[in-house]
Write a protein that binds this ligand. Structure first.
Ligand code: PRP
Ligand code: URA
Length: 217
């Protein structure tokens, strides 16, 4: 696991340093955390990551009439964001983002990691118009980065204005893989772990996020 983390101080990497986030991720990691609580923590952390990632959304000056007078205030441009959960585990983050942006359009990327090679395989893609919109890729686990890198390449063909990745637990190697390949992408993560084990699972990690969210084994 001797690995030199190259993009640790890259400004495109935003690790959310907040005791509430650390607390919730720590509880998600525990083998004693059941499906219900695991889902709740995933939603809550996704909400906080979204709050950070959506900080600089494009706004438009708009006339608002208060009880006292007319005023020009900035409102977020309608339809400026598309949420893109990677199936399956990214689905667990969808509701956390929708509470922030209830009218956001949502597309789905079907991507699974081959058990033997750890390489991503795309099996589904259905997305709303992406041209000129901010694309938020949702996946709680960024391990080798293969699944997210493949998703970014796929999405780039549809000309979004910006791509942001929201991941709960990330490995240095996966972060490097993304930021070395796609310098224009931002990563928001709740934790950066030690590394990957011989099966390319994040350690200490939290195990298989899809299995824990959906009760499969
Ligand atoms: C997991 C996870 C990521 C991917 C991360 O999905 O949700 O998509 O692995 O690994 P990587 O960074 O090395 O590509 P998985 O393929 O297990 O699919 P699932 O969510 O359907 O279980
Ligand atoms: N996918 C997961 O769900 N967990 C890991 O640690 C790696 C890939």
């Amino acid at each position: 696991m001797n690995y030199t983390f190259k993009n640790k101080n890259n400004p495109k990497l935003r690790k959310i340093d907040h005791c509430l986030v650390t607390h919730k991720v720590s509880l998600m990691r525990s083998v004693n955390t059941g499906t219900k609580e695991f889902r709740e923590y995933t939603t809550e952390i996704a909400h906080i990551l979204g709050y950070e990632a959506l900080r600089d959304l494009p706004t438009v000056p708009t006339e608002i009439v208060t009880p006292l007078q007319k005023t020009i205030q900035n409102l977020i441009i309608k339809d400026s964001v598309v949420l893109l959960p990677i199936l399956r585990a990214g689905l667990g983050m969808q509701d956390g983002l929708l509470t922030l942006l209830p009218t956001a359009a949502v597309g789905y990327i079907g991507m699974y990691r081959d058990h033997d090679t750890s390489l991503p395989n795309e099996y589904y893609f259905k997305a709303p118009e992406l041209n000129g919109r901010v694309a938020l890729i949702l996946d709680p686990m960024l391990a080798t980065g293969g699944s997210i890198c493949a998703s970014i390449s796929l999405i780039k063909k549809h000309n979004p204005s910006q791509i942001k990745v929201l991941s709960i637990v990330s490995a240095p190697k996966g972060i490097d893989n993304i930021l070395n390949t796609h310098q224009d992408v931002e990563i928001y993560t709740a934790a950066i772990d030690d590394g990957l084990n011989e099966h390319n699972y994040i350690v200490p990690g939290l195990g298989d996020a899809g299995d824990r969210l959906f009760g499969t084994k």
